[in-house]
Design a protein around this ligand. Structure first.
Ligand code: PLP
Length: 414
C-alpha cells in the first residue's frame, strides 16, 4: 500500500512539475506580487511604494475609513463568523437586509447572496437548467458571448449532460445571435438563456444590452447579465450597465460581486424575479452547501451602498479621472481602446512588449497588469489600466509620466 501510494504521488508530482515547466517556458506562469499594505491608489511592495492601476477598487472603498469602521463595528456586535450555511443557522437579519438593498438598487424583486459572484453564476445555471420541473426529459438552450467570464463558462460545465444546447456567439455580435435564435425558433426548447457580461473586463466595453433585451423579448429568452465590473461604476446612481444604457430594471437575471467597486472584500449575488430567487434558495447547491458571508462583510457592504447613495460625487470622480487618464495617454501617442469605463486598455500588440513593459513600469513605481494571448487574442497584448475614484490628479499625472518615459525608452511611442 505504502509503496503504491508513494509511486502514485511520484508520478503525479512529476506530471505537475512538467506542466509548471511548460507554463514557465511559454511565459504563462503567473507570479503573485506580495503587497505589504492595504489596497489603495498606492500600495507597498517590499519597502517600495508604487502607484496601483491594476485593481478593481473603482470607488476607492477597499480601505475607506467608513467601510473599515462599519466592518469593525460588525465584528463587535455580530462576531466574526457564523459557522453555518444560510438555511441551517447562518442567516442573520443583516443578510436579508443586504439582499433587499441589492434588489432595490438594481430594480429587481429580490436578491440572494453567495460567497462570490463565481459561485452565484455556478449556482444559477446548475440549479435552473438542471431542474426537471417534473419533466422526464427537457432541453434548454444557452446563447453565450464568446468573451464571457470564466465563471459562466464553468457554470455551463455543471449542467447535466444532454439537457442544454450551448451556442457561443461572436463577441457583441447581435446579428449573429439573432441568426442563431431564428434558426432555433421552432425547436421547442424549454427555456432559452442569453448570457453576457455587462462590461467585458479585458476591454472595458459594454454589452449591447438594449438590443439583447429586444432579442430576448422577441424570442422569449431569459436575459442573464453578469454586471460584476459595472455595479458601483456605471449609470447615474452606479446601478450598472442597464442603468448606463437606459434600461434599468429590464434585465431578467443579474449577477454581480461585492468584491470590486463595493468595498472589494468578497461576496456575490443574483438579483431577479421573486420566483427565481425563491427557487435558488431551495435548490442552488453553491448557496445551500457553502458558508454564509461573514457579518463584517455584510455590514461593510451595506455601508458601501449608503456611502454611494450619500456621495454620488464618487461616481463623478471615477468618470472625470477615467476621462482625464484616457486623454493624457492618448495625447502621448498610445493606442487606447475607446470607452467610458475605468478599465482603460493600452494596446501594445506583441506579448513580449506587454510582458517587458509591465515589468519595467513596476520597476519605475507603476503597477499595471499586462495581458497577452491566450487571455486576449493573439497580437492584441495590452496593459490593462484600471482607474479609481481614489486616485488624485497628481497620482494620475505621475502614472502617465512613467508610462510615457518607459514607452519612449522601449520605442513604443516616439
Ligand atoms: C464578469 C465577472 N464575473 C464574475 C467574477 C468573479 O467575481 P468574484 O470575485 O465575486 O467571484 C469576475 C471577477 O473577475 C468578473 O470579472
Amino acid at each position: 500500500m505504502t509503496v503504491l501510494k508513494g509511486m502514485y504521488t511520484k508520478k503525479l508530482l512529476s506530471d505537475i512539475t512538467q506542466e509548471l515547466t511548460t507554463l514557465q517556458s511559454a511565459g504563462k506562469y503567473k507570479t503573485e506580487r506580495l503587497l505589504a499594505s492595504a489596497q489603495g491608489p498606492e500600495v507597498t511592495i517590499g519597502d517600495k511604494k508604487v502607484l496601483m492601476f491594476a485593481s478593481n477598487n473603482y470607488l476607492g472603498l477597499c480601505n475607506h475609513p467608513e467601510i473599515v469602521a462599519a466592518a469593525k463595528g460588525a465584528l463587535d456586535q455580530y462576531g466574526y463568523g457564523l459557522s453555518s450555511v444560510r438555511f441551517i443557522c447562518g442567516t442573520q437579519e443583516l443578510h436579508r437586509q443586504l439582499e433587499q438593498r441589492i434588489a432595490k438598487f438594481l430594480g429587481a424583486d429580490d436578491a440572494i447572496l453567495y460567497s462570490t459572484c463565481f459561485m452565484a453564476n455556478l449556482g444559477f445555471f446548475a440549479s435552473i437548467t438542471n431542474e426537471s420541473f417534473g419533466a422526464e426529459v427537457w432541453q434548454d438552450a444557452i446563447y453565450s458571448d464568446e468573451l464571457n467570464h470564466a465563471s459562466m463558462i464553468d457554470a455551463f460545465k455543471l449542467i447535466k449532460k444532454g439537457t442544454v444546447e450551448k451556442r457561443v456567439y461572436p463577441h457583441n455580435d447581435i446579428a449573429a445571435l439573432e441568426v442563431m435564435l431564428e434558426a432555433d425558433k421552432d425547436k421547442g426548447f424549454r427555456n432559452k438563456f442569453i448570457v453576457t457580461d455587462g462590461v467585458f473586463s479585458m476591454e472595458g466595453y459594454t454589452a449591447k444590452l438594449p438590443e439583447l433585451v429586444a432579442l430576448a423579448r422577441q424570442y422569449e429568452a431569459v436575459l442573464f447579465v453578469d454586471d460584476a465590473h459595472a455595479v458601483g461604476v456605471l449609470g447615474a446612481t452606479g446601478a450598472g450597465t442597464p442603468e448606463f444604457l437606459g434600461i434599468h430594471g429590464q434585465i431578467d437575471v443579474l449577477s454581480g460581486t461585492l468584491g470590486k467597486a463595493l468595498g472589494g472584500a468578497v461576496g456575490g449575488y443574483i438579483a431577479a424575479k421573486q420566483e427565481i430567487i425563491d427557487l435558488l434558495r431551495q435548490k442552488s447547491r453553491t448557496y445551500m452547501f457553502s458558508n454564509s458571508i461573514p457579518p463584517s462583510v455584510v455590514v461593510a457592504s451595506l455601508a458601501a451602498f449608503d456611502l454611494l447613495e450619500r456621495n454620488p460625487e464618487l461616481l463623478e470622480k471615477s468618470r472625470t479621472n477615467t476621462t482625464y487618464f484616457r486623454e493624457k495617454v492618448k495625447a502621448l501617442g498610445f493606442t487606447i481602446l475607446d470607452g467610458n469605463h475605468p478599465v482603460a486598455p493600452v494596446m501594445l500588440g506583441e506579448a513580449h512588449v506587454a510582458q517587458q513593459m509591465s515589468k519595467k513600469l513596476l520597476e519605475h513605481g507603476l503597477y499595471v497588469v499586462g495581458l497577452w494571448f491566450p487571455v486576449v487574442p493573439e497580437g492584441e497584448a495590452r496593459l490593462r489600466f484600471q482607474v479609481s475614484a481614489a486616485h488624485t490628479i497628481e497620482q494620475i499625472d505621475r502614472a502617465v509620466e512613467i508610462l510615457g518615459r518607459v514607452g519612449k525608452e522601449m520605442g513604443v511611442i516616439s
